[in-house]
Each structure stands twice: as structure tokens, then as C-alpha cells.
Design a protein around this ligand. Sequence first.
Ligand SMILES: Cc1cc2nc3c(=O)[nH]c(=O)nc-3n(C[C@H](O)[C@H](O)[C@H](O)COP(=O)(O)OP(=O)(O)OC[C@H]3O[C@@H](n4cnc5c(N)ncnc54)[C@H](O)[C@@H]3O)c2cc1C
Length: 466
Amino acid sequence: MTAAYVLTKSPANLDVNVYEASEQVGGLSRSLRLWNQIVDLGPHRFFSRDRRVNSLWLEVVGRDYVMVPRLTRILYQGRYFQYPLQAMDALQRLGPLEATRCVASYGAARFKQPKDYCESFESWVTARFGRRLYEIFFRTYSEKLWGIPCSELDSDFAAQRIRKLSLGAALKQLAVRRKNNEHRTLVDRFAYPNGGTGQVYERMAEMVQERGGRVHLGAHIKRVVASAGRVRGIELYSDEFVPCDAVISSMPLTSLIARLNGVPERIREMARRLSYRNTILVYLEIAGELDSRDNWVYVQDPGLTVGRITNFRNWSPSLYGNSPNTILALEYWCNSDDELWRRSDGELGRLGADEFRASRLASDAADVLRSHVVRIPKSYPVYQRGYKDILRPIQEVLRSVEGLQAIGRYGAFKYNNQDHSILMGILAAENVAAGTAHDLWQVNSDFEEYQEACRIDETGLVPAPC
Ligand SMILES: Cc1cc2nc3c(=O)[nH]c(=O)nc-3n(C[C@H](O)[C@H](O)[C@H](O)COP(=O)(O)OP(=O)(O)OC[C@H]3O[C@@H](n4cnc5c(N)ncnc54)[C@H](O)[C@@H]3O)c2cc1C
């Protein structure tokens, strides 16, 4: 949607068409109306330090947003820990014996780093936090999410999501009380559209159409046609062929490779080795409100299958309107051949209700009124060790097709947040409309450093100190 939005603003007067397989725009960031409330597909916090991304978001949303105070915690063995992990909070809640073990194991990790400490998620986290904290706070959640042992998971996942956190830095921060609390406050509030996260993309679709672009819903692309080294058009499941000069694809990268003609069988075979994880969202309507103020909770408890619980009542009053009740979304992750994926909605609703009670987010008396299930295939690209060796030749093949760009979360096989996908959309559109040569594979790859970092607050765009 971002690419179409930018292309229809271009003075180049392009004929822009969006083909969306489902009946609604927004993809994983769409919002739904449920039981007279608005919900997202799990938590969707928008955050960026990139001026281009934030400016575009504000241009679309206008002043129709609120700043949401962020509270997220980790549930481990019936206790709630602050997230992002804070050294003193974690050590205090673990108790003196466990805290001593954690500090000793952290010391040991600092003293002797494993040779492969940059390669797997397990060694990356262990080197920074020590094995004990890794086992408690990182392993269970990550293995639930990815479905493979953390030793098999590439460290890219940690590098993209955990970044500069380390127990050493946290302990230092405790010793030297920082005068400037800016870093915390930056991430402690985030801008959220009054109509739910999907409002951003619904508005983009409206604006695209107002400017003469077309958004075709229920339009599933069957084939991307290329010949003599350049893209020629797309074919829909209705067998209609649409000729075009440029295709910006955000369908799963594996699907694109399967649907693009002329790709060598060796590359098709490689693409089949890339895998995605599915999400099942079990929404529960709970009578009344919960005491907890968390926007969402990470469930590290190995005894529970659920990985994360979102409480939409703690996002914005505009989501629940007049309803007195609370909607929670419980996230379950699995593969398509897992028994969980095949369970009926009723069974999943019961599992969600049981696990909600076991999480102790509310007292035993909390009344679960009804449930609703949404299944999302291919929601997480799995960064299995070695995946970059598979991606490289695939990227080369795609680069060789003039006019074709693969972007987005499953489109480029990147563990993107909205901001990364928006940036990819902006850059892809510039490549088409302005003839730039942005390398989209670099987005969300390195630690981004911004020349003019900025953020959104209630007044609009403001500079953000680095
Ligand atoms: C549970 C969960 C929580 C998240 N939390 C956050 C968060 O807190 N903050 C944040 O910023 N991001 C979050 N994200 C990530 C965010 O949702 C994605 O980064 C973003 O939606 C990706 O946008 P995209 O356009 O790249 O891909 P998608 O949203 O996946 O859109 C791809 C679109 O392509 C369509 N499509 C696929 N195949 C075809 C085809 N053959 N023909 C036509 N159309 C096709 C799909 O229907 C879909 O609409 C979360 C994601 C999940 C799953």
C-alpha cells in the first residue's frame, strides 16, 4: 500500500494498480471489527526513528491518533517481570539464590565467550546475558515462536530485536544513575491510530483511489510473467493477464519464486527450503475490565502453549467505544503440519480460555463470554541458521529481472515491523518513479543509523536524540 501511495503522488502520472488477494487491505497490520470493538492481529505498536517513515505515517493519519503509554511484561513461573528486561527488577523478582546464579553465569559468559557467539541466537544471547538468564527469559519464548531449537536459529533475529541490551550495560546504568532518561521515554509511548493499526492502510487505499490508482480486492496473483530479462505483467487466478512495466511484489518470497517463469529449478528447490511460521490468534471477550495495565504480556512459562497475550482495552478507548468488556488476543505459533493448526475453533477457544485463567492476568472469577479464532499462515519468516546462503542466489535471480522488486515481511523474507515494510514501499516506489537504485535487501539488515532521527509525539514530528 505504501508503494502505491507514493507512486500515485509521483508527477510521472503512472497507472497504478494494487492486486490484493484478500478482501481487505492492511495484510498482517489490518484491523478487524469484533463484538462491537476494533482489534488488530496481535499487538501492533508503530515505532520508527526514520524521518521518511514517520512523515508519511503522519501525512496519512493526520491528527487522528493517540499516544499510548507502553507497559509490557514477561510472565515467568507465575511472576511478572518488566520488559524490556531490567536488571534490578529481574534479579529482585528471581530471589537471592537465582539472582546470584544469574550474575555468576553472566560473569562466566563475559570471561569466556564461545567461538561461534555471533552465529546462533543461543550463543548470541548467552554471550550477552549469561546462560542462566538466557534459559529463563529467552529460550522458551523463542522456541515457542520459531519452533526450532535456539541453537538452530540465526543470530540475526537477536541482532534485529534485542540489539544493544546487555546485562552489563543494565548493571552499569544502575550504578551510574543516568540524568538523561530519554532512551526509555522514547520507547515508553507510541503513536497509535484511533481506528486501529489497519486504519493507516485503509486510508492509504482511499487516497490511492482518489488519485486515480486502483485497488483490486480478492485479486490473487497466479503468475508473474517475465521474458528477456524484464518483467512483462501479471496473471490473475481469473486467467486475466495484466501487462505492466514494473511489479512490486509483497507476496511470500517462496510464492513469488514458484510463480515467476524462467527461474532455474535449482533456485526453486532452494526457495522451498525457506520456511515460515504460522500464527493462530484466539480472541476472548472477557466480562468487564482487568486490573492489569499491560498492552501485552510475553509468556515465558514453558507450561503454557500461548506465547503472547494482548489486552486491547489498554491501547485506546477509541477501540472499545461503549463496550464494557475486554478483548484479549492469545497468540499461538505452529507449522502447517502441527496438530494445533488443525484444531477446531471451539477447541482453540477452550485452550485460550484455560490458558488465560492459568496466566493469572485476572482473578479466577473473570468470565470468558466468547471466543473467535483467526489463523494466519506464513506470519514469521524463520531465520534458520544458513538461511542467508539460501537467500543470496534467490536475490541474484530476482535482481536479474528488470522491473521486478520483492519487498515486505514475507515478500523479502525479513522479520519486518511496519516501519521496515513502509520504508521498503517508499524506496521501491522511488526506484520505479524516479529511477533511483535503492538496494531494498539492505532495509532492516544493519543497525540503522539516522542522520536526522525523529519520532512522533502528540504534537507531530519531533527530533529524537540518537
Ligand atoms: C502477531 C504479530 C504482531 C506484530 N506486531 C507488530 C508491532 O507491534 N509493530 C509493528 O510495526 N509490526 C508488527 N508486526 C509486523 C507487521 O504486521 C508487518 O511487518 C507488516 O504488516 C508487514 O507488511 P507487508 O506489507 O510487508 O506484508 P503483509 O502485511 O503480510 O502484506 C502482504 C499482503 O500480500 C497479500 N498477498 C499475498 N500473496 C498474494 C498474492 N498471490 N496475490 C495478491 N496478494 C497477495 C496478502 O494478502 C497481504 O495483504 C506484527 C506481526 C504479527 C504477525
